[in-house]
Design a protein around this ligand. Structure first.
Ligand SMILES: NC(=O)c1ccc[n+]([C@@H]2O[C@H](COP(=O)([O-])OP(=O)(O)OC[C@H]3O[C@@H](n4cnc5c(N)ncnc54)[C@H](O)[C@@H]3O)[C@@H](O)[C@H]2O)c1
Length: 269
């Protein structure tokens, strides 16, 4: 059945009246995305683990504050209740980026796994019955260019973002014929608090020219309108992924040089 112009739509670009959840939207990319959706006439639920941040952004955009952990299984049922029984678009944006490798304590690995991966799995688990019954739904996975390549200096981040992208791909291949649209967003450096803390640890995000959170939000809305799975706010990320796929041995040598530069910078600095 054709969708009326103003009818909330999970397919196509009609966002007026659509119900949207953005996790980790109290600042950074999530806040910019929540703002963009609200500007398009969507009803936005703003999640953040910091209640004050969720409330401030919700107040700015006329949305609903949804404070709490993005990985909490209760988040989707609460969002459904607060948004009047529907969630058209779910943006699994909240993420954490601990710096370090296997030496990091299990708690840091567990947190990265929980926020960057299991939050997406739990949201999909709760949303799929609702979406499959309606025959439509849209899941936006905030991955990272680290999911296409790696992240020097941040093993839990690289590993969990690869897993998040793999889960988004799995959702797409399993449910696209049943009306579920999935997008995976893979930015390089973005000027946010997360990047500022990466600066302190000199990881690979610093090799890219950072863009603004609003540019990422714009790229996501454009990707949704085009129905694209892979959304690359930095187009060069596609070349980096292709270089890795074409010649893994050379790519490993090249990235190891970045690691060596990082070590030299740490010694100097
Ligand atoms: N900044 C970058 O350079 C960059 C690049 C690629 C991908 N990303 C991804 O974009 C997403 C957003 O990053 P950002 O740069 O805006 O980060 P940010 O740290 O600036 O903001 C993240 C927000 O999410 C909230 N948050 C963190 N964990 C949460 C949880 N468990 N539950 C609810 N809220 C939580 C924080 O309180 C914060 O308000 C992340 O998934 C990140 O991995 C960022």
């Amino acid at each position: 059945m054709p969708t009326a112009p103003d009818e909330p739509s999970a397919r196509g670009s009609g966002l007026r009246g659509a119900t949207v959840v953005v996790t980790g939207a109290g600042r950074g990319i999530g806040a910019a995305l929540a703002r963009r959706f609200a500007e398009q006439g969507a009803r936005v639920a703003v999640n953040d683990r910091h209640p004050d941040r969720a409330e401030a952004v919700a107040a700015q955009i006329g949305g609903i504050a949804l404070p709490g952990e993005a990985s909490d299984a209760a988040l989707v049922p609460t969002a459904l209740r607060r948004l009047g029984g529907t969630v058209d678009i779910y943006c699994a944006n909240a993420g954490v980026a601990p710096s370090g490798g296997p030496e990091l304590p299990d708690e840091q690995w567990d947190t990265a796994w929980s926020v960057n991966v299991m939050a997406h799995v739990r949201a999909a688990r709760a949303l799929l019955p609702h979406w499959l019954e309606r025959g439509r739904g849209r899941f936006v996975c905030m991955a990272s260019a680290a999911a296409l390549t790696t992240m020097v200096g941040a093993a839990p981040y690289a590993v969990s973002k690869h897993a998040a992208l793999a889960f988004a791909e799995w959702l797409s291949v399993s449910y696209r014929h049943r009306g579920i649209d999935v997008h995976a967003v893979c930015p390089r450096g973005v000027r946010t608090a997360m990047r500022r803390s990466a600066e302190a640890t000199r990881n690979m995000m610093l090799t890219s020219v950072p863009i603004g959170a609003d540019e990422v939000a714009g790229a996501i809305l454009a990707g949704i309108a085009d129905g694209r799975f892979l959304i690359l706010p930095h187009p060069e990320a596609a070349e980096h992924a292709a270089a890795r796929a074409d010649d893994r041995e050379r790519w490993l040598r090249d990235i190891n040089r970045l690691q060596q530069q990082r070590e030299a910078g740490q010694q100097a600095g």
